[in-house]
Design a protein around this ligand. Sequence first.
Ligand SMILES: *Cc1c(COP(=O)(O)O)cnc(C)c1O
Length: 486
Amino acid sequence: MHKEDQPLIFELSTEGRIGYSLPEMDVPETDLSELLPEGYLREEEPELPEVSELDIMRHYTALSKRNHGVDSGFYPLGSCTMKYNPKINENVARFNGFAHLHPLQDESSVQGALELMYDLQEHLIEITGMDEVTLQPAAGAHGEWTGLMMIRAYHEANGDTKRTKVIVPDSAHGTNPASATVAGFETVTVKSNENGLVDLEDLRRVVGEDTAALMLTNPNTLGLFEENILEMAEIVHGAGGKLYYDGANLNAVLSKARPGDMGFDVVHLNLHKTFTGPHGGGGPGSGPVGVKADLIPYLPKPVLVKKGGQYEFDYDRPQSIGRVKPYYGNFGINVRAYTYIRTMGPDGLKAVTEYAVLNANYMMRRLAPFFDLPFDRHCKHEFVLSGKRQKKLGVRTLDIAKRLLDFGYHPPTIYFPLNVEECIMIEPTETESKETLDSFVDAMIQIAKEAEENPEIVQEAPHTTVIGRLDETMAARKPVLRYQKQ
Ligand SMILES: *Cc1c(COP(=O)(O)O)cnc(C)c1O
């Protein structure tokens, strides 16, 4: 499948060529077998490539140029909010006073960093309408689990141990049922109606004395605002359950609406999505969790507090669910989010939402004549199309996604949410120009025409990339293949 033969780093290897220089060892060598149990010791030397420093630089630089990122091209991956990450965030995160701190330093010597964390918490409290925020969780899913563990602790403290179920809509992000399961709950699915919103009748049917919480994204993963949210909150609260807001993506409500005002008790945010932390390479995230007053006792500890103008960590929290991460969260990502919030200001954040929603509606309307539009109403920051019409011509949504690579675009999210057949989920974000949106739409329209006139060109795509179609199952099941010397 390699169309161009860039050798593997192992193939560049020449015995004895090294990429480092170290002084002669002047301490006695340690016998590892004295330190590690026998079962953990290698039996053979690892097979490492032997290359010079320059060769290794060129190798990885060449690979990086084949990659697609927000800085190299449009990346409309629905639900992932691949917006531009302002470079000023990087500058601030690299300030010596932030980048060179040690997590075990005495609190008195890191007051500036603690002030930043405290202020960030205050901003997030204001943005979400909650009463307190923790910055500990390292990502969205981690935030979900943390929030659910707090809900669990809350019910248990009330002696309410029958609440074993978490209700999740069928359009939910996959992490929702996964987090509920890991937190020890059973998940119950609530159906969407023909408008793509939670079916209230079905919600009334599944809610009960065993309901611990309802987890919801609003706008939901179809990009539609759950306009009955206040009624849903009443139904769930009326049965004694809590409302969990999956705020991974706040791009449609930022500075416009607040989960706290919609009736939610717990919310997590993905600072690496809405608040411009770089993501997508599996890098560090930050998934702060906000709670209403009655859940504050269960927050992970330590809790950052301000006493007489000084910041310190409070460990004396007897009802806390405990620590959920070593140290205090992914500080560097929190610095970036703080920088973003401060550089944008309230008006800037409002503009984010307005442009994100405008861009999505603009693209949706331009694409609607060429693809099926399962929910024909205003969307929020993202929208879904269905490739049903193209499927009848023998072109699947996967083919359309692969063909987009030939035009230099990262494909949208596909086959998710699961309740839409041949789903194509597009999230343009606010940072793209009209010209970029138009060129992407033009490419999609051309692909729709190709599906009618020349389906093979789509079915066999991509034609211009270094690697053709991947075996995606194998790539997911066996992400690392061992190199075998020929
Ligand atoms: C991205 C996302 C998550 C998961 O966030 P991670 O940081 O990847 O764990 C959860 N819910 C929604 C709606 C998301 O878009």
